[in-house]
Design a protein around this ligand. Structure first.
Ligand SMILES: [Ca+2]
Ligand SMILES: [Ca+2]
Ligand SMILES: [Ca+2]
Length: 319
């Protein structure tokens, strides 16, 4: 028993140091990323059975990196299993030219050439006791085999997760690591997505967060949320907003909330907060955020510029 307690403590200490590179991150406070098999009903909370994530490796990182996955299988612990069918999930890593810069890779929906770039790794998993409730490792990946995107801060790798068959939900976590056997954060690394399917916490009052980055050209933000199941309230906090309510969605529906960006919010991250008011289980949601041109905006597991803090002097003018 003592040994177990010690391990738990060690994890806490480590996780406060490296939280930005676990997906979902500690700052986001969602429990898992979720991808359902394509035969699942959309009322389970995944609208397209596809998840795309981007990993940014700064040019200072010279040694190989790894993408580690917790509970890559669908079955056993942690997953949302329906029936007896074997749900298969395909994980594919891309680098090289076009991996991120291809516009199709940056869209909300998995259409067109979104699997752009050079395929570096691919594996399909069903039920697998070896992967259940355990970490598995993809890589090594040489940083320079990612796509250089200077404005994003380095080399970018793309992970596409496909729910290729079955009707169950695969829940998993990810970690961008310098080690094949442990979760060691890449200094200066980050992870972002343009559409996220995640599992809400179970406990009432838990607050989860998404952190879209507002660059200087954004004047309007549209937040779209799918299948929130009226699980609580959604509000917006920024340097200029103290807690503006955001339209939330019920079962199997999208709700879109639009608002104008204040000048003071440019080049900062927003904090979209999901405040749980029920003790319900198994609530998966999808979130996509676009600008005034309907271009998807990235949200980072580790917010750019840090978690935004409301400043009352700015807020008085804006509100
Ligand atoms: Ca599992
Ligand atoms: Ca899983
Ligand atoms: Ca849901």
């Amino acid at each position: 028993m003592k040994r177990i307690k010690l391990t738990g403590l060690l994890f806490l200490v480590l996780s406060t140091r490296v939280f930005g590179q676990q997906v979902p991150s500690a700052e986001e406070n969602f429990t898992y990323v979720v991808t359902f098999g394509k035969e699942a009903d959309k009322s389970y909370g995944d609208d397209d059975y596809s998840q795309v994530l981007f990993f940014v490796i700064p040019a200072t990182q010279k040694t190989p990196v790894y993408i580690r996955v917790f509970d890559a299988d669908c079955g056993g612990k942690n997953d949302e299993v329906y029936g007896t069918g074997d749900t298969k999930t395909k994980f594919t890593v891309y680098g090289g030219k076009g991996a991120h810069s291809n516009k199709d890779a940056q869209k909300q929906d998995p259409v067109g050439q979104y699997k752009s770039g050079t395929e570096l790794f691919s594996k399909t998993y069903g039920t697998d006791a070896k992967l259940d409730n355990a970490w598995t490792t993809f890589g090594p990946f040489n940083p320079s085999s990612g796509e250089l995107q200077t404005d994003l801060g380095g080399y970018v790798f793309k992970l596409v997760v496909d729910g290729v068959s079955g009707g169950s939900g695969n829940l998993y976590k990810l970690f961008l690591s310098t080690s094949s056997t442990a979760n060691n954060a890449v200094t200066g690394g980050n992870v972002f997505t343009y559409e996220y399917c995640v599992r809400m916490a179970e406990k009432k009052t838990t607050v989860s967060h998404l952190y879209p980055f507002i660059n200087s050209s954004v004047v309007k933000v549209k937040i779209s949320i799918f299948d929130f199941d009226s699980d609580g309230v959604i509000r917006l906090v920024s340097v200029a907003k103290k807690g503006t309510p955001v339209k939330s969605s019920g079962n199997k529906e999208w709700k879109k909330h639009e608002y104008a960006v204040a000048a003071s919010e440019k080049n900062t991250s927003l904090d979209v907060q999901f405040v749980k008011q029920n003790d319900s289980k198994n609530n998966n949601i999808v979130v996509n955020i676009t600008n005034q041109y309907d271009e998807s905006m990235p949200f980072y597991t580790s917010p750019i510029g840090g978690v935004p803090k409301y400043k009352s002097k700015i807020g008085v003018k804006v509100d």
